[in-house]
Design a protein around this ligand. Structure first.
Ligand SMILES: CC(C)(COP(=O)(O)OP(=O)(O)OC[C@H]1O[C@@H](n2cnc3c(N)ncnc32)[C@H](O)[C@@H]1OP(=O)(O)O)[C@@H](O)C(=O)NCCC(=O)NCCS
Length: 179
């Protein structure tokens, strides 16, 4: 369980932790809610959510990134997750994703978390570019990616939803090489 003093990254309202083995109850709260999972491949069984938690922990060991759990600084309440996963390792392109618990959606928290992830990716990790995609029915995610400055590149089949997802890139302005 992430404790407040463990936050490695903070925004005005959010602290970023790291998934621990004992975080299954938090993972179930987030990914077990169809209000969060329906457009990212859910509903997920408890077993699938346990496997997802294990994958996030392995990703941190292997690639120093994960969809980090985020908490409200004011209450330490669990708000969701935001972060990175490998997309095109040779090109140093990572995928960015944000999942906000239903009760905290509509407050600008996804945007706040995503801006912190982008800054961390580009300035601290020196990542070359970020990929993001969304289910075609995910209007909220589409607006979010637009506000963050992502550019539409193509549609890509996403096996967990069985749909073609509009897909986007945001390149690191500090590393202006082309793909
Ligand atoms: C998509 C998702 C991440 C958006 O989360 P969110 O926290 O509601 O998103 P935002 O931070 O952009 O805020 C949403 C709205 O609140 C508004 N808002 C309210 N208060 C705000 C504030 N203080 N600051 C900024 N915006 C605020 C925003 O303008 C935005 O308006 P819009 O609906 O017209 O676009 C969320 O719906 C989610 O987790 N869905 C399930 C998982 C998923 O599909 N993730 C995306 C693919 S990885």
């Amino acid at each position: 369980m992430t404790r407040p003093h463990d936050y490695f990254l903070r925004t005005d309202r959010l602290g970023f932790g790291q998934w621990s083995e004992g975080d299954l109850p938090l993972a179930l709260e987030l990914w077990g809610d169809p209000g969060v999972s329906s457009l990212i491949g859910g509903p997920f069984t408890d077993r699938e959510i346990g496997a997802r938690l294990a994958r996030e922990r392995t990703m941190l060991i292997d690639h120093q990134v994960q969809y980090w759990p985020v908490f409200l600084l004011q209450s330490d309440d669990f708000a969701g997750c935001a972060g990175l996963r490998p997309y095109h390792l040779d090109g140093r392109i990572f995928e960015m994703g944000v999942h906000v618990r239903k009760s905290y959606q509509g407050q600008g928290l996804a945007q706040e978390a995503a801006r912190a992830v982008i800054k961390f990716a580009f300035e601290t990790l020196q990542i070359r570019g970020l990929f993001a995609g969304h289910h075609p029915k995910n209007a909220s995610s589409k607006r979010l990616l637009g506000r963050l400055g992502f550019s539409f590149t193509h549609e890509e089949f996403y096996a967990p939803t069985g749909a073609n997802h509009p897909s986007y890139l945001l390149m690191n302005p500090g590393r202006p090489e082309t793909l």
